[in-house]
Design a protein around this ligand. Structure first.
Ligand SMILES: NC(=O)c1ccc[n+]([C@@H]2O[C@H](COP(=O)([O-])OP(=O)(O)OC[C@H]3O[C@@H](n4cnc5c(N)ncnc54)[C@H](OP(=O)(O)O)[C@@H]3O)[C@@H](O)[C@H]2O)c1
Length: 237
């Protein structure tokens, strides 16, 4: 799918990878970018950027976004949370688990389903869903985050099948650590640059890839799934 002249919506567009998506979409010639955030006043004012209020866990926000973006052709489900820094290694918080599932798995699916008729009416378009290398493996302090991203991966694979008939490309993205607020507290790990990750993803959309492995670590982990890499004790770094 061409990025040039597309009309995109990015969730969690105010910082991190979401902000990098907005910049890269504009640079690639997108006609309009709906930059969605829980607080739209945090969106940088730029030409061709339309701020939208969207908390992906709030059905009323999703419904309003659908009303406000009837011309959408490219949905980027980027918003996500991680208890990575706040979760002690010796405890697993069920509240965190529920919150991560609502934000990382249910939210993107609900947003995708709500926009699917619009994408169909506008020629099919594409949906990009941000998963993680941690969809495939776990770390002692990412138990709930990894589970939510594994669920997101599976939901994307199901959504791809459901939306094939309407010609919507559904792209699942896996990437390891990226240098954003989400990984701020992590020392001694390699972190990819957000703009490089986003460029690989947009190249994947352009080439109609159903899956984008946006860094070398994700490629390595995927190659080793059949060797049972997820059974091995892995420590951070
Ligand atoms: N950074 C990494 O290492 C990494 C690796 C693999 C995958 N990912 C995934 O990539 C995506 C972007 O991550 P990031 O690194 O850019 O994280 P980030 O810097 O922490 O930014 C997260 C974004 O998600 C938004 N958000 C959180 N909950 C939301 C909700 N309920 N509704 C709408 N927006 C919400 C945040 O908005 P507020 O400003 O309102 O909080 C913020 O814009 C996430 O899905 C993440 O899981 C990140």
């Amino acid at each position: 799918m061409q990025i040039k002249d597309s009309i995109a919506l990015v969730t969690g567009a105010n910082r991190g990878l979401g902000k990098a998506f907005v910049q890269a979409l504009l640079a690639a010639g997108a006609a309009k970018v709906y930059a969605a955030a829980r607080d739209p006043s945090t969106i940088e004012v730029l030409p061709n950027v339309v701020p939208l209020k969207l908390d992906v866990t709030r059905p009323e926000d999703i419904a309003a976004a659908v009303q406000n973006a009837p011309d959408l052709t490219l949905l980027i489900n980027n918003a996500g949370i991680s208890g990575l820094s706040g979760q002690a290694q010796d405890s697993i918080s069920l509240d965190t688990l529920r919150h991560e599932f609502e934000t990382n798995a249910v939210g993107p699916l609900a947003t995708s389903l709500a926009f699917a008729p619009i994408l169909a009416a506008n020629g099919g378009g594409a949906i990009v869903n941000m998963h993680s290398a941690l969809s495939w493996i776990n770390l002692p302090n990412t138990v709930t985050y990894s589970a939510s991203k594994a669920a997101a991966w599976s939901l994307t694979n199901g959504l791809r099948l459901r939306l094939a008939a309407q010609g919507t490309l559904v792209v699942g993205v896996h990437v390891a650590f990226v240098d954003t607020d989400m990984t701020r507290g992590l020392e001694g790990v390699q972190k990819a640059a957000p703009h490089e990750v986003v460029q690989r993803i947009l190249d994947g959309v352009l080439n109609e890839q159903p899956e984008v492995l946006a860094d070398g670590t994700s490629e390595q982990i995927k190659q080793n799934l059949s060797n049972g890499i997820y059974l091995q004790p892995i420590t951070q770094g």
